[in-house]
Design a protein around this ligand. Structure first.
Ligand code: NAD
Length: 448
């Protein structure tokens, strides 16, 4: 590898990383559209039936050294990631449907693909869930754990984790369940002790997602949150994550509309183009759309989707360009479309001397097709973080913000939403832990 780099920033040397030997157990909370698309997709890829498109861990490359070195290995050959063949899936749901039945219900993957995978998918049956309809108004299921209080429910999830751990070598947990109602952090979220007391007293601020996360982090299991709920973004959970070397990251998969927003907005800002309005609307007909039709769950999603623009545009630094931005987001439940979400964005921008222009974006996407590779990558990278000496006990893995609508950061830091900064941060983190030189794109050495 070259020693002379663009930007010349030398890395301090490789971190100690335990090898990815043996089986990686993936515990998925909520075996709905996203989860079943990820599980069926991983199996289809393992059997050579399809390609893992959209997955950085499976298809991405990483440049090492100078541009003239022409050396860009696959990410999965550069860092020691778990092999897809070593993944073992299990999960919880409030319905008893196995993964085949749930995938068929979700209607994301075609029946031809599902039939080929049927015996494998049928064998994955959900464990009874921790659920309370107070936190997801539009859902009700019967495959649910009973307990005398929230502590008892957490202990039952811990027992599930311990039983699964006996069959695999390492475990990661990921929340792919429905979006819960909007919850503001309160005293119960401020320390592990307060949280544990809250579990005993059934504090209303503790939603099911927090019970799963508490169980995972208590057991040293990394936890990812695919939904916008308040779950690990509290002082209590951050403390628990650090204490037990159980990495966490931000929340809410960045898939469709927000992905494009965090690509377009940095472009406007880089060119100093003003934005006076950004209206985003969606029609969506899957179960997620039905849950988000409830105002309390929508509020959680809205907060997560709204955040990105303010941070990218920094109106306090650019008042002439962004201080009057009107940003509005709508999600409409429209059953005929199923998982095929349609998103429209109308963006009112202005340029030289204030002259107005408009941009229209119409994204006809497939929600779970976009989310599945993100869920897979988060699982694999969190497992890598857990095996990496330098990362395992720092709690928040900010380098995984790339995948999330609401990145999580250390206290006092603003979150970085720009997709390309996030991508650079992720790749530089991989270079850093492997002892390779960071790439800063300065490149003056080519002109010496
Ligand atoms: N698909 C995307 O593009 C995308 C993007 C960002 C976030 N998300 C989020 O990912 C989550 C999953 O989306 P989806 O389309 O798969 O939804 P879905 O409704 O198909 O699946 C959610 C599953 O979770 C189950 N569930 C609900 N509460 C549970 C609990 N407490 N314990 C166990 N299971 C529970 C439901 O029964 C259902 O099977 C949603 O919160 C959604 O907002 C999806």
């Amino acid at each position: 590898m070259s020693t002379e780099q663009e930007g010349g920033q030398k890395s301090a040397g490789a971190s100690r990383i335990a090898p990815a030997t043996g089986k990686l157990g993936v515990m998925v909370v909520g075996l709905g559209a996203v989860a079943t698309t990820m599980i069926a997709g991983a199996e289809a890829v393992r059997r050579g039936l399809a390609k893992p498109i959209g997955s950085l861990t499976q298809m991405g490359t990483i440049r090492l050294g100078k541009r003239t070195d022409n050396f860009s290995p696959l990410v999965k050959e550069f860092v020691p990631l778990a092999d897809l063949n070593d993944l073992v899936f299990t999960g919880w749901d409030i319905f008893e449907d196995n993964v085949y039945e749930s995938a068929a219900h979700a209607q994301v993957l075609d029946s031809g693909t599902l039939e080929q995978l049927k015996p494998y998918l049928e064998a994955i049956k959900p464990l009874p869930a921790v659920f309370d309809q107070y936190y997801v108004k539009r859902l009700n299921g019967t495959h649910v754990k009973k307990g005398k209080n929230k502590r008892d429910l957490a202990d039952q999830v811990i027992a599930d984790i311990r039983a699964f751990k006996k069959t695999v070598d390492r475990v990661v947990m990921i929340w792919c369940a429905s979006t819960e109602i909007f919850i503001e952090p309160t005293a119960v979220h401020q320390s592990i002790e307060a949280f544990e007391k809250g579990l005993e007293t059934n504090d209303i601020g503790i939603a099911p997602s927090q019970i799963y996360a508490y169980a995972a982090l208590s057991e040293g299991v990394p936890f990812a949150n695919g939904a916008p709920n308040l779950t690990v973004d509290t002082p209590a959970m951050i403390e628990l994550s650090k204490r037990n070397a159980a990495p966490i990251c931000g929340k809410d998969f960045k898939t469709g509309q927000t992905l494009l927003k965090t690509v377009l907005a940095p472009a406007f800002k880089a060119r100093l183009l003003g934005v006076s309005g950004w209206f985003s609307t969606n029609i969506l007909g899957n179960r997620d759309g039905e849950v988000l039709d409830d105002p309390e769950s929508f509020k959680t999603k809205e907060e997560s989707k709204l955040g990105s623009l303010d941070y990218i545009f920094q109106p306090e630094l650019y008042p002439d360009l962004y201080k009057d931005l009107y940003h509005k987001i709508r999600i409409n439940y429209y059953p005929p479309r199923g998982d095929d979400k349609e998103a429209w964005d109308n963006i009112d921008i202005f340029g030289w001397l204030g002259y107005p222009m408009q941009i229209k974006v119409n994204f006809l996407c497939r929600d779970s097709i976009l989310a599945a590779p993100i869920a897979l990558d988060l699982v694999l990278f969190l497992d890598l973080a857990k095996r990496t000496q330098e990362l395992r006990s720092i709690g928040i893995q900010e380098w995984l913000s790339f995948y999330l609508k609401s990145p999580q950061t250390a206290a006092g830091l603003y979150p970085e939403h720009d997709l390309f900064i996030q991508s650079m941060k992720l790749k530089n983190t991989l270079r850093h832990i492997m002892g390779a030189d960071l790439i800063t794109h300065l490149g003056l050495e080519y002109y010496d």
